[in-house]
Ligand binder design. Sequence first.
Ligand code: IMP
Ligand code: MG
Length: 424
Amino acid sequence: MPNIIIVGTQWGDEGKGKLIDILSQKSDYIVRFQGGNNAGHTVIVDGKQFIFHIIPSGILHKSKICVIANGVVVDPEVLLREIKGLNNKGIDIKGRLKISTLCHIIFPYHKILDKLRERKRAQKIGTTGRGIGPCYADKISRCGIRMIDLIRPEVFRSKLEDNIKEKNSIFRNVYNHAGFPFKSVFKDYLRYAAELRPYVSNTVDLLNRAIDDGKSLLFEGAQGVYLDIDFGTYPYVTSSSTIAGGVFPGSGVSPLVIDKVVGVAKSYTTRVGQGPFPSEFNPKFSDFIRKKGNEFGATTGRPRRCGWFDVLMVKEAVRINRISELALMKLDVLDSLKKIKVCTAYKYKGKVFKEYPHDPEVIKNGSCIWREYPGWSDPTCSILKYSGLPKNARNYIKILQDLVCAEIFMVSVGSSRKQVIYLD
Ligand code: IMP
Ligand code: MG
């Protein structure tokens, strides 16, 4: 098996969890390289639902090694809860979960700051409130605390003291918030450190040895290209590099070891949180598709905004990531629609944009130029073969494939592992 990167090509929630679950069967290592517990991957196995926020969903396959690499920001309390949840469901993770010594740690002040900043903002981002942005900000400002600090009490004490002193002053003077007592944070985090200690190791060494030994690695992206800190709809983005390129600083492997990048796109588009959304449905149709597709955030439970497939976005995601193969998810949600629209260009001030413009003015104020295709009435959820799909559904898949310039290799028609159709 080759070394593969999986990326979301829209605003996250494309169904990466399910694809990762399928592809993990053929990989030896499954690696998260960015984001934190803002992510939510839902996997359904034998009717049982699992939601993962930090631990790679590959953990459900016995004998796979799952790595939380250095690019991930870790909330130890949430991670420990997730570990316990898996233990309670009888899933043995001993020796299979590896956490990088170099991960940055999320503290209570990050979570509160995330919420306070959001409250103060005129233009809200709609963050998940998990402290992700403030934790990455500390990493870049070089005052972050890493896993390797956390497990060394004296180093940890001094770094936490410095941080709490600075943060408390900001909390009191800018946000009129009482701040945090050093003692209780220190005590809680020492306990987390002791519990996490057995999982912590040098994952840079681990991954590079695995590559030398010919093992196959699957890098699972969280969020999607349009939440990327650089290429997303800034500032309505998350604080990490969600594109394939994020793998390298996020895990310590070389670009030269990657064999392919697989993209994941929903058959329509969704977005949680604020920010522009050119192909968004009207509220009534949005409600209809949200119910049909169960479009509620796996992390915050917020209703997802829904819209038609946006070709410009996915085509640009294909280009930036050099995606050779695309998985098209939730096709069944479009069953029984009379007509299906696709956005193929934007129009702004009389100018037509056929390529994604990376210009917030155009994305926010432009309008969509649509193409319309006939829908299909037969349900697709129990179809196993491409040839069994309704003609118009096959037509829709072929059209999208041509428009976004990537081969669609798989179509998903339901939430279970079995509801997938492979195209040859
Ligand atoms: P943050 O990552 O919590 O800072 O949130 C920034 C933006 O990214 C908000 O619009 C969130 O709703 C969105 N976001 C973050 N993680 C995910 C995800 O896993 N799926 C979908 N949206 C996400
Ligand atoms: Mg999600």
